[in-house]
Design a protein around this ligand. Structure first.
Ligand SMILES: *Cc1c(COP(=O)(O)O)cnc(C)c1O
Length: 421
């Protein structure tokens, strides 16, 4: 179900015209659909059917408190990568015992706080981190639940900046080195090795790499079993892609079913494992658009530019990854002649574009929706060019909730100070 569709020639979010939202909260702004996010979480969750599992939303994809709260109400777990994300989850009503903590550079302070609130698992990415966590849990007087994040060295066939499971990436422990580190972990009284984790990349559109990674991780689980270490949980990370243009990623249901079938095919000894996944993009990506208004149309010698009020500071993906987002006029068929435009923002960078070479029939003052902006959109925004962080709203049927109001100039400048003399 796509919550963003045209009715009577006008683009809606659920039962709300985007033009009404622009009139109420102004532009640029991010617009999310509650039902799309909830339905997608349920699709992952239901697909596990009878298997012991936990769907842990990868908070970094979109950490807005309202989104975390909706998912917490559904019983979601959370995958965090910082102490700040942990505080968000707690404030949004998330259950700390359903939190897993990923990331290569956890600080003492972050790990102490996570031990204090009792998270489910630390996904440890190096020997140094394991030893540091051991010292901290000794101070606290507990045993830290740990999964080693292994790097299965599979090629996810995705953009190099979002591939994480290759030998040359900074993430995880080489899978060949894992048995040795598990053996070490078992000797540490304040470490409780309960699981194994992996995450091989993002925006993966076929199942092959997921299945390869799962097979490699399961053979590690078997090897550890033979050495007397019975793990309880298997965290397969996130990474399922979405449809930005012509990609055809498997739907959530099929993705889970394939993983499940692979687990079954590889033996009954894996039945008791609790399976965790950490979808980010696939939960929220298609459930959001960036709404922007055209300021000027400009013809240069070689190009036509549609200059809009959103920019790379609001949506960085095109500039950062050369990502492609569909651009939809909020009003269809306004009768302007279609021409090919680069859709660009006001920021003083040539890299400041949201879309290139798009055929659009548009005029100044009209609204555009940049599709599939629910993940890695608002959360990657910055104040570059002293542009305030943009507003975010959640549509629920025909209701509109402002879930982050637009930042004011005072708020933006409030943490800075000048020298006394
Ligand atoms: C980023 C990340 C995710 C989520 O990735 P998506 O591609 O958004 O699903 C999950 N797990 C870890 C460890 C991550 O770093």
């Amino acid at each position: 179900m796509d919550a963003f569709s045209y009715h009577d020639g006008q683009l809606y979010a659920e039962d709300m015209p985007l033009s009404t939202i622009a009139a109420q909260v102004s532009t640029p702004c991010y617009v999310y659909s509650r039902s799309m996010i909830e339905n997608q979480w349920r699709a992952f969750d239901n697909a596990f059917a009878g298997r012991d599992h936990l769907v842990c939303y990868a908070v970094k994809a979109n950490p807005n408190l309202a989104i975390l709260n909706l998912l917490a109400r559904l019983g979601s777990g959370f995958d965090i990568v910082s102490g700040g994300e942990l505080e968000r989850v707690l404030r949004a009503g998330g259950d700390p015992s359903r939190v897993v903590f990923s990331g290569v550079g956890k600080s003492d302070e972050e790990m102490r706080r996570a031990l204090d609130v009792g998270i489910r698992c630390f996904n440890v990415e190096s020997e140094g981190e394991l030893l540091r966590l051991h010292e901290l849990s000794e101070e606290v007087g507990c045993a830290a639940p740990v999964a080693l994040r292994v790097n299965p060295d599979v090629d996810p066939n995705t953009h190099p900046h979002i591939a994480t499971g290759l030998k040359e990436n900074k993430f995880g422990i080489p899978i060949e080195a894992a048995p040795q580190l598990y053996a070490q972990a078992r000797q540490l009284p304040h470490i409780d090795p309960i699981g194994v984790a992996c995450h091989i990349g993002s925006q993966l559109v076929d199942m092959g790499p997921f299945v390869d990674a799962l097979e490699r991780v399961l053979s590690l689980v078997d090897e550890l079993n033979r050495s007397g270490l019975a793990l309880q949980s298997l965290d397969l990370g996130g990474g399922l892609g979405i449809r930005y243009s012509t990609e055809r990623p498997p739907p959530a249901r099929e993705y889970v079913a394939t993983l499940s079938a692979t687990l079954d095919a590889l033996g009954s000894q894996h039945r008791h494992l609790r399976v965790m996944i950490e979808p980010g993009r696939a939960l929220v990506g298609e459930a959001g658009v960036l709404l922007t208004r055209i300021q000027y149309l400009k013809r240069a010698a070689a190009k036509n530019f549609a200059i809009v009020d959103a920019a790379m500071n609001d949506l960085l993906r095109p500039a950062l990854y050369d990502a492609w987002h569909e651009v939809k006029p909020v009003f269809e068929d306004t009768g302007h002649p279609a021409m090919v435009y680069d859709v660009v923002g006001p920021v003083c960078e040539t890299g400041d574009f949201l879309a290139r070479d798009r055929k659009l029939g548009i005029a100044p003052g009209e609204l555009l929706a940049i599709s599939c902006a629910g993940a890695y959109g608002a959360c990657m925004s910055s104040r570059y060019n002293t542009r305030p962080l943009t507003a975010e709203v959640m549509v629920d049927g025909d209701h509109l909730h402002v879930i982050r109001r637009r930042e004011t100039i005072d708020e933006m400048l409030g943490t800075e100070s000048i020298l006394p003399q």
